[in-house]
Design a protein around this ligand. Structure first.
Ligand code: ARG
Length: 588
């Protein structure tokens, strides 16, 4: 279905042409004076030079051609040459009808669907998720859902951090506690235990302790590095132990991500491509891309146009150990082989900007990817506390994501219980659902690259630009529709009508811009655009609702028109929140 602005521009272009001017001048945009008009066209201003004519004369001639237009109810030429436009209500009703009938409300579905791999979540084994992981998870999940909605095939990969020094630190930590385990007996050739001999709680205790110790105890650090190396080389016991660390971590991570409504198709890790590393390294050498510098194997990624320093991309350290870059490059090789993707999207915090520039340049230069493959990195800002510094617990520690979710659920529960008749069980269920919306919306409504302040009071409020406000609006519509049905009405039979009031027209105009918004959000990988839209839509609906008595309306045609409008509004809002990654309760 065509986008509203394109339809308006077409009509305006025809009027310019009919008046003897270039149709390309007829570009219509949103009004920057909403008090005067709904849309505007500045083409007469632009055409003045070309035609050596006063803009207002051109505007007048074009306006005359728009008399009787089925699109514009009003096209006024105003000094010095603007065309101020108001839309025809019947025209809007027709679009609304098409929109209600078409799948995805008329959004243009990709003619050639892309295959996209999205690498998000950012979790590392043996380390609990903290507040910073919220962003990678929810932005990534929403980008995934938006692109699926747009018709693309999207594969989400958790790409666990399970390769670097942290593996060695956990392994030596375990070795200190349990030196007799068969994993550490290098002459052992039998099978290793089926069940992991440790819990996630133990791993989460061992890792930080081991990490702290390695900073002051050089001998211990050397052991951890050796263990890392053995693990990376695939020494049997070390590898088997690594597998168990992964297994226990994944089980726990799944629980946490499920609580966030985040689901990965692949649970690969940095270590998944272990066997591909030698091949990738050889490929870089054979291609003449990689050379040895100070003992390390590197690929230059500088370009002539660089204004900032661009260090080479390191493929192997001087001791032959591989690093973060190594696994990322080998993973690209793996993804190309397995999926042949058109696009790979990565989510990490902003600080990895330079790193991803190096990796992408290296992958392109060495032709690990075809030139047309789009490598995209979304760098997100920090979640801050009220003091503008990274969000902390009350006693200054790092906030675990699990605790942040729990605290938000508690706060929401308190608010839901206040003045509502709801059983404890139902209140809990609703509170959890709304809390998730509060968290996700609070995050996504900010442009990803910006830092934001986590403000529990604001995020959980039922008013303002918040998740709970959006849900509250949806629930309000659901309840009106339910009452209509109780009174014997059939929602499915209700027919859309032309808007009766300005508030209703505003709601309609918002609705018909859904397709343009969603297409934009998909190409720009921008969930915040969906938030901004659904918020405006909720506001428009509430304004309309406050001045319209819907259920008590005696004119059945009018009433049915509103019911159909409500049904459409609700469905559009539901699709919006679904791509954002949360759901609406029946009541709240
Ligand atoms: N685990 C990494 C971190 O904690 C993020 C991984 C991002 N993905 C990637 N392919 N490098 O920063």
């Amino acid at each position: 279905m065509k986008k509203l602005l394109d339809l308006l521009t077409e009509e305006m272009g025809q009027a310019f042409a009919a008046a003897g001017y270039d149709a390309a001048l007829g570009k219509v945009g949103i009004s920057n004076r909403p008090d005067l008009c709904e849309f505007q066209c500045n083409g007469a201003m632009a055409g003045a030079k070309q035609y050596h004519k006063a803009p207002i004369m051109i505007a007048n001639e074009v306006a005359a051609k728009l008399e009787g237009s089925k699109v514009f109810a009003e096209a006024a030429a105003v000094a010095p040459g603007f065309l101020n436009l108001k839309l025809d209500k019947e025209f809007l009703k027709d679009i609304l009808e098409t929109m209600a009938k078409e799948p995805k409300f008329g959004m243009e579905i990709a003619a050639k669907p892309k295959k996209i791999v999205i690498d998000y979540g950012g979790a590392n084994v043996a380390k609990p998720l903290h507040v910073g992981h919220l962003r990678s998870a929810v932005i990534g999940e929403s980008v995934k859902r938006i692109n699926r909605y747009a018709g693309h095939e999207v594969i989400g990969d958790a790409h666990l951090g399970d390769w670097g020094l942290q593996m060695g630190l956990v392994i030596v930590g375990l070795k200190e506690r349990y030196p007799d385990w068969v994993y550490f007996d290098e002459s052992y050739t039998g099978d290793y235990p089926e069940v992991a001999p440790f819990t996630i709680a133990e791993l989460e205790e061992i890792y930080p302790a081991s990490s702290i110790r390695s900073k002051s105890d050089a001998e211990y650090k050397a052991k951890a590095m050796e263990a890392t190396f053995k693990f990376q080389q695939g020494v049997r016991g070390y590898w088997a132990l690594g597998e168990k660390i992964r297994e226990v971590s994944i089980k726990d991570l799944k629980k946490n991500y499920t609580a966030l409504n985040v689901e990965f198709e692949l649970w690969n890790g940095e270590s998944t491509i272990k066997d591909l590393i030698p091949e990738m390294v050889q490929y870089m050498k054979d291609g003449g891309y990689a050379y040895v510098s100070d003992g390390a194997l590197v690929v230059d990624v500088k370009e002539e146009t660089d204004t900032k320093e661009m260090p080479p991309c390191m493929i192997l350290k001087s001791d032959g150990a591989s690093l973060y870059n190594t696994t990322d490059l080998a993973t690209i090789m793996d993804r190309v082989r397995n999926f042949d993707p058109d696009q790979i999207i990565y989510l990490t915090d902003k600080r990895q900007d330079l790193y991803f520039q190096q990796v992408f340049r290296c992958a392109r230069k060495t032709k690990l990817v075809k030139p047309e493959v789009d490598l995209k990195w979304i760098g997100f800002g920090t979640v801050n506390g009220a003091d503008g510094k990274p969000f902390k617990t009350r006693d200054g520690g790092v906030m675990r994501l699990e605790h942040l979710i729990r605290d938000t659920q508690e706060e929401m529960y308190r608010k839901i219980r206040e003045g509502r008749e709801m059983s404890e069980e139902e209140a809990r269920k609703v509170a959890n659902q709304v809390a998730l919306a509060a968290l996700i919306y609070g995050d996504l409504s900010n442009q990803a690259s910006k830092d934001y302040i986590f403000d529990m009071e604001k995020f959980t409020s039922f008013e303002g630009d918040t998740g709970p406000y959006i849900l509250y609006t949806i629930v309000r519509i659901k309840s009106i529709l339910a009452k209509f049905a109780e009174q014997g009405g059939v929602v499915a039979n209700a027919k859309l009508q032309a808007a009766q009031s300005d508030a209703e027209k505003a709601l309609v105009m918002q609705l018909v811009q859904f397709n343009a918004m969603m297409e934009g959000a998909a190409t720009e990988l921008a969930p915040h655009r969906v938030c901004a839209y659904v918020y405006e839509l909720a506001n428009d609906f509430n304004r309309f609702y406050h001045e319209t008595k819907i259920l008590t309306e005696e004119d059945e045609t009018k009433k049915a028109g509103w019911i159909a409008l409500l049904e459409l509004t609700k469905n559009v809002m539901l699709d919006c929140i679904s791509v954002l990654g949360f759901e609406a309760p029946e009541k709240m």
